[in-house]
Design a protein around this ligand. Structure first.
Ligand code: AMP
Ligand code: GLY
Length: 446
């Protein structure tokens, strides 16, 4: 496969969301990369990005056969594998790529425990004095209901309950512990303090020793405007978050990020990959909500559009696997990114797939990353194939410009029952309005 002059690397990206489309797009822009295969990919990675294609042929199509996938990648001379989804990371795909000597950008099984078990993560934070929601075990139901209930293992984002009544709390605990609604992921639960504050996401590359964070982002987890309704995988992200000051970020580094990597190293589980830390900026300082051991979705879409043109993403990822992250360039362009997720009507509940999609050309500076889309082989049409269908992502020199461009970009996408939030970045924009009006109180977290 041909790429830019001097390109030589073939890369495999594993996953099928907008996160993987964004990673494949950025990798394909990288001078060192010749071709990006995506497995299983979506309608956007199948067609439309030069030097990107889906890997669907042959036996690798048979579910989660990681050994086969690794062997196929080897036969295609793939020299870097990048893993998106959490379950694939936690299920140790990295070991299969290791067997065929392909560097794999994903943490080891031992380091991935940070996301694989919330019980482990809480105990780890206790051991290393990392601020997080206080937590305890309960024998008294009444006391337990003012707390947040979390299933221990991976639950595709459905394992956290914020009960408001005794009845809700009891139903949740019974559902997890007695009815086993999350199976083995709910053999135990963590019950923790409800934290008030503003939530941010921080994506941090690490080679085990050196770490480098991308600009902070703010996701919008609920389906409804004004943060109402059910939790989703994430309905949109803007980045950087204007109300997170340099001094707060320094505190996050000092109190959370540094001790996390140092703690993992000290425990013989050095972290190589991307750590996504969900952080609550509370009135008493930043505290960890959760760790994820993979790229965030939709955080990654905004991050990829912010990376400078001369940042070689493949070199960054390879340097993590080689322990040389301190030697590569990782630059972010000044400005802002915003992405708006376009979903199927009904999501995150039941929804219908197979709706025909009409895509008009999007405005300059806007990327329409695909998630749940599929090309119909009989007539070549593009159809919906999932809950989150697109992530429309834009860059702007101001946050306002990035938001306006993303919203314009959404107008280029059409299908029956389309759903999206119109208030992505509202909190960030309010900060600027307050600043311009001379209302400074929101900045006093310095
Ligand atoms: P998690 O899967 O742990 O990220 O939780 C999902 C969402 O629930 C988070 O993004 C927060 O919005 C919310 N959440 C989780 N834990 C807490 C907490 N202790 N206090 C307040 N909100 C929380
Ligand atoms: N945006 C939240 C996640 O990737 O889990």
């Amino acid at each position: 496969m041909s790429g830019l002059p001097g390109s030589h690397l073939d890369v495999l990206v594993v996953g099928k969301g907008a996160r993987e489309h964004a990673l494949a797009w950025k990798l394909s822009q990288t001078p060192s990369v010749k071709h990006v295969y995506v497995y299983p990919g979506n309608g956007g990675t199948q067609k439309g990005v030069p030097n990107v294609s889906n890997l669907t042929e042959g036996p690798v199509d048979q579910g989660r056969n990681y050994e086969h996938l690794a062997r196929t990648a080897k036969s295609l001379n793939v020299e870097l594998a990048v893993i998106g989804p959490d379950n694939v990371v936690v299920n140790r795909i990295e070991e299969y790529f290791c067997h065929v000597a392909i560097p794999c950008f994903a943490p080891s099984k031992a380091a991935a425990e940070l996301e694989g078990s919330k019980v482990f993560a809480k105990a780890f934070m206790d051991r290393h004095n990392i601020p997080t929601a206080s937590h305890r075990s309960f024998s008294d139901v009444e006391a337990a209901i003012t707390y947040v209930i979390k299933a221990d293992g991976l639950t595709a984002g459905k394992g956290v309950a914020l009960p408001e009544t005794t009845t809700e709390a009891l139903a949740e605990l019974r559902g997890i512990l007695q009815d086993e609604k999350f199976g083995v992921a709910g053999l135990s639960v963590v019950i923790e303090e409800y934290m008030e504050g503003d939530e941010i996401s921080l994506l941090t590359f690490s080679d085990g020793t050196t770490f480098r964070s991308l600009p902070s982002g703010q996701d919008h987890k609920r389906i409804g405007e004004g943060n109402t309704g059910l939790n989703t995988g994430g309905m949109g992200v803007y980045s950087p978050v204007p109300f997170v000051t340099r001094s707060t970020l320094d505190q996050v580094d000092r109190e959370i990020i540094e001790p996390t990597f140092a703690g993992l190293r000290a425990e013989g589980r050095p972290f190589v990959g991307l750590l996504f830390t969900g952080i609550m900026i509370t009135p008493v300082g930043p505290k960890v909500i959760e760790y994820n051991v993979r790229f965030g979705d939709p955080e990654t879409q905004s991050s990829m559009i912010l990376l400078s043109d001369d940042t070689d993403l493949a070199a960054v990822l390879l340097s993590c696997t080689a322990g040389t992250l301190d030697q590569v360039r990782l630059d972010v362009r000044p400005g802002f990114a915003c992405n708006v997720v376009v979903a199927s009507g009904g999501y995150p509940g039941p929804y219908t797939i197979g709706k025909e999609i009409v895509l008009k050309p999007s405005p300059a500076g806007v990327m329409v990353f695909h998630a749940g889309t599929k090309r119909d082989e009989s007539d070549g049409s593009l159809r919906t194939a999932g809950g989150r269908v697109f992530s429309v992502t834009a860059f702007g020199t101001t946050l306002r410009e990035a938001v306006d461009k993303a919203c314009q970009g959404v107008q280029s996408v059409h299908f029956d029952g389309i759903v999206f939030r119109k208030d992505i970045a509202a909190q960030g924009l309010v900060i600027f309005v307050r600043e311009s009006l001379g209302i400074a109180d929101v900045f006093n977290n310095d």
